[in-house]
Write a protein that binds this ligand. Sequence first.
Ligand code: ZN
Length: 262
Amino acid sequence: MVMKPALYGPVNCNMENCEKAATNYTAEVIYDHFEDNGVYERLENNYVEGTTVAAFYSEVENCEDNYDFATVFYKGHSWLPWGPCYEGGSAHYHYCLVDNDGFDEEEENRIWDNWIHDKLSNRVHGFVFIWSCFNDEMGEVVNYDHAYGFPASFFNRSDLSDNGYLYWDYTDLCYIGFVNVSKNFVDTTPTDSNYGAFCRTFYDYATSGYNIFLSLYYASYVEIGCSYASSDLYQGYTVWHNGEPYPSRQVVYGDGGMYLPN
Ligand SMILES: [Zn+2]
């Protein structure tokens, strides 16, 4: 029997109170789904206080060094692409997540793509779900040890299917993120549910023996009222900010046919 850990570090600074409550509740529900599943040797809910920069990197390192599968769920905020950086020869931008303290101009107080990549050793991270804005860049590994973009940083490769929902690449790796602006958990769906419920229902299926594709498919039917491919998450939606339109959508990269250990 191979034991497998899960890791997730939701964070909630700079959110309205109702969104914080929905995020906290969702983190607990997801934790419970993994716990009920029973095969995960290590589970951490780092909601708010636990999502420090140091803890995030050290969890990645711990999972890489000691377990044979790891999964991450993060809910919170992202910085806009940061750069350009010229390491490895060509200009690229880095991506970072907000830690427990919220937005902070100090660069060392952010969770960086390349610092995550630095902690990899055995490539055990298999499923990464980041529910925040501006994190759809697949990225690349340049110079062997320098990466940008979350998929490339967690998986050490950047050749994943860019529509892993419909076109599985059979890598047994999957990344879910957002182009531009992510939905709030409290935003209502056409069936008067909300996207937090969609996320919780997704994990209910995904920890119960359904692959990523079917978990998205059923969660969408239950909470949004249509197939995932017909949903606004997949088809896209526009968020207006300061008078500017941000065409946004959820992305699924890699292998929609993969199963979380169960
Ligand atoms: Zn760089």
